[in-house]
Design a protein around this ligand. Structure first.
Ligand code: NAD
Length: 327
């Protein structure tokens, strides 16, 4: 007979598989990200306490997306992973401790970046020309959305040097574009997009590139996945190089030497977040040195050299206010 714990684990997997399908395939989530994260944390905890119930296809080890059949499929050269999550200072300090353990005597630098609320895209350039762009999909196989990506002006069609590389970044819909789009959809009686991530994903997974062109999307490059005929030693140097080539990187990034500096950056952007004209849902912290990144390696789902701190959900704040008002 199934124990209570085993039954709850099964139930959580069913819930998370359904929510993943709504979010990644239909681009129409039915619950908030905070609610999704709570289910995921509960499952992670139960699986941690009961490794005997662990399975290889659990949503805790699989990336939730899937490539739609209407697009050509693209197999990524190296997997497009997700990120481990941190929800509080303790989680960030734990991450720092593990990184420093691996680094031994060496000093550690982090690059702190804004976590843009859009969707991950990979871009291939051959001898400086944009050749192909794809979604993350399930991390191994994505969708070829090259024609739609070509409509985004922040994606250069030709680089300043004739280099062959793969860059990865976030396609996103600025706040103003989402407001305008939802206003138009409301007038037409169409479903509204729940968040900028789903709006951007929905726009890029249209068969007609004219629709993507009307959606005013933009793009920030956040990493270099492959570079031929040249070596770069760190993530921060890669971002500077991508800047020089004509990509748009996010300039609100900072190199931090200590976890205290990282925490200060997180605090600063939690406050300054409303001033941005695009949505962010957290801060991504990455080990700068590529050698140390390699040494730390990855799990099936995410790199051990990076972590995403998630801002507390605004929904929680509203609920607290509701409770206060009811008193
Ligand atoms: P994630 O969003 O937590 O983190 C990984 C992603 O961050 C990357 O793929 C990339 O697209 C993005 N990113 C943005 N800025 C970045 C930067 N500067 N550097 C690197 N990456 C950057 O992980 P995920 O697997 O894409 O999504 C999981 C999250 O999606 C959940 O935690 C939840 O919030 C949400 N979700 C919600 C539902 C729902 O039903 N509401 C369902 C599924 C997932």
């Amino acid at each position: 007979m199934m124990s209570d714990v085993q039954a709850r684990i099964e139930e959580l997997r069913d819930i998370l598989n359904r929510l993943n399908y709504e979010y990644y395939v239909l681009d129409q989530p039915s619950v908030s990200d905070a609610e999704y994260d709570r289910y995921m944390q509960e499952l992670l905890q139960l699986e941690g306490e009961h490794p005997e119930y662990m399975t290889e296809d659990s949503p805790t080890v699989r990336i939730g997306g899937r490539a739609l059949d209407v697009f050509e499929k693209v197999t990524h050269k190296s997997p497009m992973l997700s990120l481990g999550n941190a929800f509080n200072e303790g989680d960030l300090r734990d991450f720092d401790r593990k990184v420093r353990q691996a680094a031994g005597e060496e000093s550690v630098s982090y690059v702190c970046e804004l976590k843009i609320d859009g969707l991950a895209v990979s871009l291939h350039y051959e001898k400086g020309r944009f050749l192909q762009g794809a979604t993350r999909g399930d991390g191994v196989t994505g969708e070829d959305i090259t024609q739609n990506l070509k409509t985004i002006k922040a994606i250069p069609l030709r680089l300043k040097e004739e280099v062959t590389l793969e860059a990865r970044g976030e396609a996103y819909m600025p706040k103003k574009s989402l407001e305008k789009l939802n206003e138009e959809r409301e007038k037409k009686g169409e479903m509204l997009f729940a968040n900028p991530r789903n709006a951007a994903a929905g726009s890029l997974r249209q068969l007609d590139p004219k629709i993507a062109a009307q959606r005013n999307l933009s793009f920030f490059v956040y990493g270099l996945a492959d570079l031929q005929e040249r070596t770069i030693a760190s993530h921060s140097k890669a971002l500077d190089f991508l800047d020089e080539l004509g990509f748009k990187t996010n300039t609100h990034r900072r190199i931090c030497q200590s976890i205290e500096d990282v925490l200060a950056f997180v605090q600063e952007w939690q406050e300054k977040r409303p001033s941005l004209d695009y949505e962010i849902d957290g801060i991504v912290i990455k080990v700068d040195d590529y050698e140390l990144q390699e040494q730390l390696g990855t799990t099936a789902k995410s790199p051990r050299w990076a972590i995403a701190y998630k801002f507390p959900a605004e929904e929680v704040v509203t609920r607290l206010v509701d409770i206060e008002l009811n008193v």
